[in-house]
Design a protein around this ligand. Structure first.
Ligand SMILES: N[C@@H](CCC(=O)N[C@@H](CS)C(=O)NCC(=O)O)C(=O)O
Length: 391
């Protein structure tokens, strides 16, 4: 019998939920191991040069870190009609954009709703979170592990911009998002039709790991956005799991079209996330200007475990939002650019039209003088190019 895939992951981990959902929706047999498993500590972590989950080990022993690379690897194995990376130009670029927004733009509400409601969340989290660092253990051991491990994540909350003064605005923004997504899911079981794409998997990280599982936000989702909650259930199912839509075809929307409810969601993403991305690209460019010694192929920030290159700020809902600079976002943006540029002029015009309709078109143009790429499970600097900056 061939070895199954092994996913090193944890129930409460945002990106673990993204990778696990892909395996489940495609009914790919796998076993899951905690990152406190000896195999992770002795083999997987040293190979990647950092403690990070999820990591997929393939039956042939390949170690793949990062959900983007995990999903791309698995996607090459599934039948073409179930691919999560659409071939049609508009769907493809929208899927890359949704994956970027899901994994990065929804971090703020995810972190806020996990870490700012201790009375409701801690009885659950103090047991649940420890599974990342302990296998078994009595309640006292699990709670002790939680106290140490949660400190780093609480710090990350501020790094992603949550402050004492903007929590009400973060909540208002999230409720608006939930409503738009719930409205959209009234028409189709997944974001772009009858099968999930990388956009759905990107959304699944924050929407399931934090916002559907943690006690406080799970009630909000169930009460206000039942379709979104059902979608998180569907995204973990081994079938389409969409009986409430009738016999919905297992295909993307016809003719590379997107419905008005998706345009509304894209407009929301533009209002909430465009300034953030522009600030991130500008800040990565400032870093590159300050570090002319950087070389192509060099690990970003010198060490795989360094994720932030400083702080930046941008205007958000009438306030100044201060956030950490995350070079990884430039990697995600690069994928959108790469997808856009591989299409012919006519297709690019159609993609641009859709992005313009929601105000997202600057994302098709902005770039720093080096992209962030991924090689050997690490983020590395790409070759020099002429930057294209805004603001
Ligand atoms: N870009 C990565 C992000 C993975 C990630 O941030 N995982 C978190 C858990 S959800 C982690 O391992 N954090 C540990 C750390 O950053 O030290 C992916 O998509 O897989």
């Amino acid at each position: 019998m061939t070895q199954p895939f092994v996913l090193y992951a944890a129930p409460a981990s945002l990106y673990s939920c993204k990778a696990r959902s892909y395996l489940r929706q495609h009914a790919i047999p796998y076993i899951e191991r905690a990152p406190s498993h000896p195999e992770y500590l002795e083999r997987i972590m040293p190979a990647n040069g950092r403690w990070i989950i999820p990591v997929l080990e393939t039956p042939s022993g390949e170690i793949i870190q990062d959900t983007v690379n995990i999903i791309e690897y698995l996607d090459a194995l599934v039948p073409a009609e179930r691919s999560a990376i659409p071939r049609s130009p508009v769907h493809q670029c929208v899927a890359y954009l949704l994956e970027l927004f899901g994994g990065e733009g929804l971090l703020r509400p995810a972190m806020h709703y996990r870490w700012d409601f201790d009375e409701t969340n801690i009885p659950f989290l103090s047991k649940d979170f420890s599974s990342m660092f302990l296998i078994g253990g009595d309640d006292a051991a699990r709670e002790a592990s939680f106290v140490t491990s949660s400190a780093r994540m609480r710090f990350a909350t501020t790094a992603f911009g949550v402050s004492d003064t903007n929590q009400a605005a973060i909540e208002a923004s999230y409720l608006e998002f939930l409503q738009l997504l719930d409205d959209h899911l009234a028409g189709s079981p997944f974001l772009l039709g009858g099968i999930p794409t990388i956009g759905d998997f990107g959304f699944m990280g924050p929407l399931y790991a934090h916002l559907a599982r943690d006690p406080y936000p799970s009630v909000i989702m169930k009460q206000r956005a039942q379709r979104v909650w059902r979608w998180t259930e569907r995204m973990n199912a081994p079938t389409q799991d969409a009986s409430e839509y009738g016999d919905y075809p297992a295909t993307l929307f016809a003719d590379d079209q997107i419905p008005a409810t998706m345009t509304a969601l894209l407009r929301y993403i533009s209002e909430e996330f465009l300034n953030d991305m522009v600030a991130q690209v500008n800040a990565v460019e400032s870093y590159l200007v300050d570090h002319p010694e950087v070389l192509e192929g060099e690990v970003v920030l010198g060490k795989p475990s360094r994720r932030f290159s400083g702080m930046t700020s941008f205007a958000w809902r009438g306030e100044t939002m201060n956030v950490a600079v995350v070079p990884y976002r430039v990697f995600m943006l690069q994928r959108l650019h790469q997808a856009f540029h591989q299409h012919d002029v006519g297709a690019q015009a159609r993609i641009r039209e859709v992005f313009e309709a929601s105000g997202l078109d600057p994302l098709l143009d902005i770039r720093p003088s080096r992209w962030v790429l991924r090689e050997n499970n690490r983020e590395v600097w790409g070759p020099l190019q002429s930057p294209s900056l805004l603001g």
